[in-house]
Design a protein around this ligand. Structure first.
Ligand code: PGA
Length: 256
């Protein structure tokens, strides 16, 4: 049993209608149901989560939500609470760069969301990452530290096996993947920050994923890096064959 079970998560973003979403869940359930040693998480758009939940009954594949609001209920038109997601999904993406940069989510919002998700017994997938100009200015680690510490504000402990996704903003949806060495370096810093803020045991079991233009062709070298415990996949997660190949490549790279 490895210290950290690798994770492959597919963020479908705002793509696919109901029938194609059902078809993709079914195809992945059939293709990946027998894969052992990797946690596979599908994150379809919110309206299709209940369908996906029913289709995945009895399957080892997990479900994740792309978005959550921290209040449990109330007059918050359009929002979905952690209480509404609990029982349907096991994971929730928090702090994705598209939420931060297109919808103005602030560091303190990620902290409220993280706590709401943890209180309901789900696993946050906390996404962090630097802008191109921040990398060029040598500020990558400072930015990652700031985003992490802000998201963990008021948190006494991080549950074992937590998930953090390092996603450089300049690599998301651009085809510009970070090199394995760059991604490894950032992920190792993330793990060190987890240790600094919590403890060594938490850092050792925390799964740090890389995300940003991951494909079936580039995933093997990324996943071969010791501090990269899997990947968060956008575009390539919409293609059953590509996503299946990515899951198998991560399993092989991690000796699962
Ligand atoms: P991408 O998206 O794989 O399409 O770059 C990654 C993400 O946004 O999580």
């Amino acid at each position: 049993m490895p210290l950290r079970t690798p994770v492959v998560a597919g963020n479908w973003k705002m793509h696919l209608g109901r029938a194609p979403a059902r078809d993709l869940v079914t195809a992945l359930r059939d293709a990946l149901g027998g894969l052992r040693g990797v946690e596979v998480v599908l994150c379809p758009p919110a309206p299709w989560l209940a369908d996906a939940h029913d289709l995945l009954a009895g399957s080892p594949l997990h479900l994740g939500a792309q978005h959550v609001y921290w209040e449990p209920h109330g007059a918050f038109t359009g929002e979905v609470s952690a209480a509404m997601l609990a029982g349907i999904v096991q994971y929730v993406i928090i702090g994705h760069s598209e939420r931060r940069h297109r919808f103005g989510e602030r560091d303190e919002d990620t902290a409220r969301k993280l706590r709401a998700v943890l209180e309901l017994g789900m696993q946050p997938m906390l996404a962090i990452g630097e802008l191109r100009e921040q990398r060029e200015a040598g500020e990558t680690v400072t930015v990652l530290r700031r985003q992490l510490l802000a998201a963990w504000e008021g948190l006494e402990r991080l549950p074992a096996r937590s998930i953090i996704a390092y996603e450089p903003v300049w690599a998301i949806g651009t085809g510009l993947t970070a090199t394995p060495a760059m991604a490894q370096d950032a992920c190792a810093h993330v793990r060190a920050i987890v240790e600094e803020r919590f403890d060594a045991a938490t850092a050792e079991t925390c799964r740090v994923l890389y995300g940003g233009s991951v494909t079936a062709d580039n995933v093997a070298t990324l996943a071969a890096e010791p501090d990269i415990d899997g990947v968060l996949v956008g575009g390539a997660s919409l293609d059953a064959a590509a996503f299946t190949a990515i899951c198998h490549a991560v399993a092989a790279a991690k000796g699962a």
